[in-house]
Ligand binder design. Structure first.
Ligand code: 5CA
Length: 439
């Protein structure tokens, strides 16, 4: 992409009502634009990051055996009347009438829709387990949308739904998601801790939230310090094998969010030096709720005994759009965002310090072509701007590498390479710079 033709509307200052650093930086770097309270347009740079996060979530869900579908944003109220949640859900649900005076709603989640699909097609335990997931916009008419996309009204969620014949099988599905979630956050460069959580309006008796630590987070967590360091299991575990030991290793250490916190247990179970109390951002939430939806909605399968059984369900959410802000909270400095390579909107900025000077243009174009060839998704800064302004905006938008091409270097056959995260700079021939970036 050539910056002179791109759309990257950066701002010198963030609007005064942006209170936390990720919201400020998302506005300043031109990632989003607020269209209404809690409703945002995703501008080109923000959309690229959102898509990268979405793709990482997709790959890890696929790896864990889940199957992607795309559910509608608008749902029939009648489905929610079947489950009994239509009246319970309250003012957070955006209710709509169509021209036939039929009640619709903008889905805040999709347990009912997926249960309806499941019951239409799956009739036997032999077709289980199944896990279907959906990456789709949700709407919750939050009383206090705030902190930008962190707590929006419209937001992108990955929601997965598992179907099993009994509780033991459902726990295996739950375990797969538990571990897949840790892998997702690790690929995003985030340290996430699973904490016991209150299932809330989703229902059920087993639930974990995944929290990344950040001072500005809305959740308070109490946890054994070792949990933070334990990390993700990695992609190469046997997804069809017994995952219980890997899950138990993590869930037996004390970790709870404020509503589930038990100070006496915390003190009894966690040695003083290991007691961690921190604020964090909830970036995922998983639930096992058994027959909560399958019973009232009659999602039944024939078991090995020849009888009909309501399936045992779980649901598993990742806040995809919230994660864009979460990554920024975890990775920024005074100059702006520092994208981890895995989600950066562009891999490298090729900074042409003297657009119009033939030799400089030639080297910049050569670098741009080579990086494109290498799949590094370069952004060529060919704007007619002062170097200082270029560096300030590229630091702000957080591209991981800057490959700087100027008249002095070109005369000596050299370019400069800067790593955004560390500020480290080196001067070297273009070929060598390309090798460093590829390594
Ligand atoms: N049905 C279940 C799982 S699919 C569910 O809806 N879970 S949830 O309510 O916990 O939402 C899942 C994730 O979506 C949360 O962990 C959070 O990361 C994200 N999320 C929830 N509400 C918002 C919001 N208002 N803005 C941005 N992200 C949100």
């Amino acid at each position: 992409m050539r910056l002179s033709r791109y759309f990257m509307p950066t701002l010198r200052e963030a609007p005064a009502d942006a209170q936390i650093v990720s919201h400020q930086l998302m506005l300043r770097a031109g990632l989003i634009r607020q269209e209404a309270a809690g409703i945002y347009a995703w501008l080109p740079l923000g959309l690229r990051v959102l898509k990268k996060i979405e793709q990482i979530v997709r790959e890890e869900m696929d790896r864990a055996g889940a199957i992607e579908v795309l559910l509608p944003t608008l749902q029939l109220a009648d489905l929610w009347r079947e489950s009994g949640r239509y009246d319970d859900y309250g003012d957070e649900m955006l209710r709509i009438k169509d021209r036939h005076d039929r009640d619709l709603l903008y889905g805040p989640t999709a347990e009912e829709v997926i249960t309806e699909i499941f019951r239409a097609f799956v009739k036997s335990y032999k077709d289980l387990p199944k896990n279907l997931y959906n990456i789709q916009w949700k709407f919750r008419d939050e009383r206090r949308p705030r902190f930008g996309v962190m707590r929006g009204r419209e937001f992108l969620m990955k929601d997965a739904y598992s179907f099993d014949i009994d509780e033991a099988a459902a726990r295996r599905s739950y375990n797969r998601m538990f571990l897949a979630y840790l892998n997702i956050y690790a690929r995003l460069g985030l340290k996430a801790i699973p904490v016991k959580a209150d299932p809330g309006p989703i229902g059920g008796d087993l639930s974990h939230e995944f929290i990344i630590l950040a001072d500005t987070g809305e959740s308070e967590v109490f946890a054994h310090g070792d949990l933070v360091e334990m990390g993700a299991p990695g992609p190469d575990i046997d997804w069809d094998g017994d995952l219980e030991p890997l899950v138990a290793q993590r869930s037996r250490l004390y970790a709870a969010s404020d509503e589930m916190h038990d100070p006496a247990r915390f003190e009894a179970e966690v040695p003083e030096g290991k007691r961690m109390t921190a604020r964090g951002i909830e970036v995922g939430h998983i639930f096992y709720f058994g027959e909560k939806y399958s019973k009232p909605m009659r999602a039944l399968v024939t078991g090995p005994d020849g009888q009909d059984h309501p399936i045992h369900g779980g649901s598993y959410g990742v806040g995809v759009s919230r994660l864009v802000a979460g990554v920024i909270e975890a990775s920024h400095d005074d100059a702006g965002i520092i994208w981890p390579d895995a989600v950066a909107p562009f891999g490298v900025a090729v900074v042409n310090l003297r657009p119009g000077a033939a030799e400089v243009d030639a080297v910049a174009e050569q670098a741009y072509a080579a990086l494109t060839e290498l799949g590094k998704e370069p952004l060529l800064d060919d704007r007619d701007e002062r170097p200082g302004a270029k560096f300030a905006s590229l630091d702000l938008v957080g591209i991981p590498w800057q490959l700087i091409v100027g008249p002095k270097g070109v005369a000596d056959g050299l370019v400069e390479l800067k790593r955004r995260g560390t500020g480290e700079r080196q001067t070297l021939p273009l070929d060598a710079a390309l090798k460093v970036i590829s390594a």
